[in-house]
Design a protein around this ligand. Structure first.
Ligand code: GCU
Length: 337
């Protein structure tokens, strides 16, 4: 079993106190705090360390970047709130979590939205698609500065192989805290159990839940494969992670500094994507060979047929999202499987 850190409230209080008192320490340098919920060997952490190195190489006389992994600054929801108020400057949040801060984010949470990873990547790299969504939380005090690949989400369970939606019936499955994920789970027949990422391992181990859904790295990096023995490629979602920044901090940067930060945000995206493919291959191998996880490849269509009505329901209740949804369909057409 992997040792995992719980949110360290004492550290958080100390950080907030320091921030409140000065916003600076280590001489005259402005400390930039970035929080996320992944382990230190995860592609997200590797990418944020590359960002730290880049910013400090360009602007090291003025800024000192500190990256806090493993929910050290709290759960994703906590960290988004800290970023909103400016208690910290950046955090990585799953797009799922952001849905409760701006309805626009619901779009990227739709099951079976993208037909292939090429379509997904191209759509997320297309500013016509991301900008209206990324900027929609400015009034709430934060904005998205780049997206981060988090692969494809699939179901995995302690002991029930999921070969078709019928196998989910009666199972308690952890989902992220987002209304879209709860709806998706109910449509598929399972019982949705929303909870923060850091609580999932214990919930699986104590059998409070029968399974969860996530990319392959959750099996290894988070140890879920120690408990869950069946991972089933139903391919229900490609949900990006989003690096968000406090607007007050971003607006305080000079034009030249902002250009350097923008370069840094691109580095986060590029480095993480380079690391992602390697990390998934390594996770699959370790899960199969060391944790005894069986990978299943069910027919995807029955899962997809149940979920796709969610698309039209979202567009009908949010017509302003229609042009963005159509833009995604163009990428789907260009990169159909
Ligand atoms: C993935 C994703 C995280 C998210 C987690 C979850 O690991 O990268 O941002 O928090 O799933 O299921 O909560």
């Amino acid at each position: 079993m992997k040792l995992r850190l719980k949110p360290c409230l004492l550290l958080l209080c100390l950080l907030l106190l320091t921030a409140a008192l000065s916003g600076c320490s280590g001489g005259d340098k402005r400390i930039i705090r970035i929080g996320h919920n992944q382990a230190t060997d995860h592609p997200t952490n590797i990418a944020l360390l590359a960002f730290e190195e880049f910013i400090e190489s360009e602007l090291g006389d003025k800024y000192d970047v500190e990256v806090y992994p493993s929910e050290l600054l709290g759960s994703q929801t906590d960290m988004v709130q800290l970023t909103q108020t400016g208690a910290i400057d950046f955090c990585v949040a799953s797009n799922s979590i952001l849905e409760t801060f701006s309805r626009n984010y619901t779009l990227f949470n739709l099951p079976y939205l993208f037909v292939s990873s090429e379509a997904y990547h191209s759509a997320m790299d297309d500013p016509a698609i991301t900008e209206p969504i990324f900027e929609s939380t400015k009034q709430a005090g934060f904005e998205a500065v780049t997206w981060i690949d988090a692969g494809t989400r699939n179901f995995y369970t302690v002991s029930t192989p999921i070969e078709s939606p019928a196998d989910l019936k009666g199972l308690k499955i952890r989902v992220q805290q987002s209304p879209t994920n709860v709806t998706m789970m109910s449509l598929l027949g399972g019982s949705a159990t929303p909870m923060g990422f850091g609580e999932v391992y214990t919930a699986l181990q104590s059998k409070v839940i029968d399974g969860a859904e996530n990319n392959e790295l959750a099996l290894t990096s988070n140890g879920h494969g120690d408990v869950c023995k069946f991972y089933s490629y139903d391919m229900h979602q490609m949900i990006p992670d989003i690096l968000i920044g406090n607007c007050g901090f971003l607006d305080s940067l000079s034009e030249e500094e902002r250009a350097i930060f923008n370069e840094g945000f691109k580095i986060v995206n590029t480095v993480e994507r380079e690391e992602w493919g390697k990390a998934v291959d390594a996770a699959k191998e370790r899960a199969a060979n060391e944790q005894g996880v069986t990978f299943l490849y069910p027919e995807v269509q029955p899962f997809q047929d149940i979920c796709t009505p969610m698309h039209q329901e979202l567009i009908a209740s949010n017509p302003d999202l229609a042009p963005i949804y159509e833009g995604i369909q163009s990428w789907n057409a260009a990169y159909a499987d």
